[in-house]
Every structure is written in structure tokens, then in C-alpha cells.
Design a protein. Structure first.
Length: 171
């Protein structure tokens, strides 16, 4: 199951990542303010950003879905990434979002996150999704709350620090 998934909203197109997204992803991944809440909290260089794209595309081939590029439907501009993520060893399907810092506070994460959550419930046989969020990541927590998720657990040490497990339940 590796067909490309395209999800459209009023303003956004969620589509498979592409190597042509590398410049934009590398710029976002190099921003310490963005990356402090992700992974080990350190910026990611261009080569590792390329590998992120490759991993997303491999995940798409293996699982049939993956983290998608967020694109502005009107301009085609790369705005970030959002979508389902369930690598080996993960306890539950996750839906994530990351928006270019120059485009934050415009409702993009909420719109993309809602589209991804709705797509997962419509297309995958799941009743729950999660979003792992560090306790001090207020913007992402606000998005999760707007999307109807609630904190159900705290992982004391997930990728180097305490992380809240926000859970979305099928309505």
C-alpha cells in the first residue's frame, strides 16, 4: 500500500514529502527555537533533514501513510509537515504537525492537524490517536486541545525528557 495520499482543506494541501522540499525542511529544522521541543531538542542539519524526507517516504511505502508536507494551495509554498506517524516500536499511531516559524499563528497547524486526524479516523482502523507533546510546548498543546485531544498520560523520559500523551478519540 504505497499510493500517494493527498488531503486538501480550504487553504492547504497535504501531500507526500519530496526531495524538492529539502531547502524548506532544512531551514525549519535548523531553527533552535523550533527544534527545542522535538526529538533531542537540537537543530537538525541539511543531511539529516534529507534523511527525514527519506524516512517519511519509506514510512509511506511500508505503512501506506506518513507525515505529509503542508503546502499552501494558492501559492504552492511549503508551510511545514503534518500527518500520521507510526514507526516500529511506537505504542500508538500518532498525528503530528510542525509549521514554518514564519507562518505560525495563522491556524495552519490546527487546519492541517484536523485534516490529518479526520483522515486517520476515516481511513485507518483506529479509535484513538495520540500526540506526544513536551509539557512546555504551549502552542502545540493549544492545537491538540482545539482538536479535541486531552492528556491521558505522561511519559517520564521519551526521547530525553518528560512528554505528555494527548489522545484523540473517534467521535
Amino acid at each position: 500500500m504505497n499510493a500517494q495520499v493527498i488531503v486538501e482543506t480550504e487553504r492547504l494541501r497535504l501531500r507526500s514529502m519530496a526531495e524538492s522540499d529539502l531547502d524548506a525542511i532544512a531551514r525549519i529544522n535548523s531553527d533552535p527555537a523550533v527544534m527545542r521541543f522535538l526529538g533531542n531538542g537540537n537543530p537538525i542539519n541539511r543531511a539529516d533533514s534529507w534523511r527525514q524526507i527519506a524516512v517519511a517516504l519509506g514510512h509511506q511505502v511500508i505503512r501506506g501513510y506518513s507525515m505529509w508536507a503542508i503546502e499552501d494551495r494558492a501559492t504552492g509554498a511549503f508551510l511545514g509537515r503534518s500527518g500520521p506517524w507510526f514507526p516500529e516500536g511506537w505504542p500508538m499511531l500518532e498525528v503530528g504537525w510542525l509549521v514554518d516559524p514564519t507562518r505560525q499563528n495563522q491556524g495552519i497547524a490546527t487546519e492541517a492537524g484536523r485534516a490529518a486526524v479526520d483522515w486517520c479516523f476515516a481511513n485507518l482502523n483506529v479509535d484513538r490517536l495520540r500526540r506526544l507533546i513536551r509539557p512546555d510546548t504551549y502552542a502545540s498543546a493549544r492545537v491538540a486541545s482545539k482538536l479535541g485531544a486531552a492528556i491521558e498520560d505522561r511519559l517520564p523520559d521519551f526521547l530525553g525528557g518528560p512528554t505528555d500523551m494527548w489522545v484523540h478519540r473517534r467521535r
